[in-house]
Design a protein around this ligand. Structure first.
Ligand SMILES: Nc1ncnc2c1ncn2[C@@H]1O[C@H](COP(=O)(O)OP(=O)(O)OP(=O)(O)O)[C@@H](O)[C@H]1O
Length: 257
């Protein structure tokens, strides 16, 4: 693990009317690290990821990507600075083939203006060939290449979850946010999603992993942030954090014995 900070969140606050969804959250993720965020339902995990990716604008605090402030930027600008994320569903892309869906991730890097596209079509054609090659490379890495021409709608849910990881990875992100990558999967599918994430981590991609499955996060993350009701309970190794009575109480909803 390097000591270069890839993602830095300081005193983040996000409110929805009277609800404070994220309340003074801070953490650093080092380059190459797989960092976890866990917490019970409604803890603010997804809201926090939405702040990092520019979907929500912070009411307080700062977010930096490799030292550059990104809070207040639109999602496409944050993504141009090297951040990619998965979503909790791929509902709107059901008619895409797996390859086209993954190409969405590759294509968004360095798209040119329409005028430039017309004037420089040979260059654009070469760029498109490169994007297709990049998409196929990612499909290969995640063991999805044989399914490249299948429609997403026809593929099992677990494959759709892996497809979403592939799409995000095709953008060659500096930092990858995985939002509930195993939610709704069967035990078998979860093992396949786990393999895909392990490939991503082994490739050295800086990753933030949010999941309901605490064991799943604990096995992959050296450090994790624990949130409860939007408030940070702390950052530490999963074993350290899960041994704390306040963390146990947050998950169980009752004081630990
Ligand atoms: N768009 C929104 N409008 C109003 N309130 C919201 C919105 N999004 C989230 N919230 C509220 O913010 C709080 C945190 O929600 P969030 O979805 O981030 O929690 P979470 O930890 O991701 O939960 P889960 O594990 O159930 O997905 C909750 O009280 C939720 O109801």
């Amino acid at each position: 693990m390097s000591d270069e900070i890839a993602l830095s969140v300081r005193d983040a606050v996000l409110r929805f009317g009277g609800i404070t969804a994220v309340d003074g959250v801070g953490f650093d993720v080092e380059r190459g690290e797989t960092f976890g965020i866990i917490g019970p339902n409604g803890a603010g995990k997804t809201a926090l990821l939405n702040c990092v990716s520019g979907v929500y604008r912070l009411d307080g605090g700062t977010i930096s990507l490799f030292g550059t402030r990104v809070d207040g930027l639109a999602p496409h600008r944050v993504s141009a600075l090297g951040l990619a994320r998965t979503f909790q569903n791929t509902e709107h892309f059901k008619r895409f083939t797996l390859l086209d869906y993954v190409l969405l991730g590759a294509v968004h890097r360095g798209r040119a203006s329409a005028l430039w596209s017309v004037l420089a079509w040979p260059v654009m054609e070469r760029a498109e060939r490169r994007e297709r090659a990049a998409a196929r490379e990612v499909l290969d890495l995640l063991g999805l290449a044989p399914l490249a021409m299948e429609e997403l709608a026809e593929l099992p849910y677990g494959v759709q979850k892996r497809a979403d990881i592939a799409r995000a990875l095709a953008a060659r992100p500096q930092v990858l946010l995985l939002d509930e990558p195993t939610s709704g999967t069967t035990t078998g599918e979860r093992a396949d999603v786990a393999d895909a994430i392990d490939q991503v981590c082994a490739a050295g991609v800086t990753t933030v992993l949010v999941d309901h499955d605490v064991d799943f996060v604990s096995r992959r993350c050296g450090r994790t942030l624990v949130l409860a009701h939007g408030t940070p309970l702390g950052v530490g190794t999963p074993a350290e954090m899960l041994a704390r009575p306040d963390v146990v109480e947050a998950f169980l909803g009752v004081p630990s014995a």
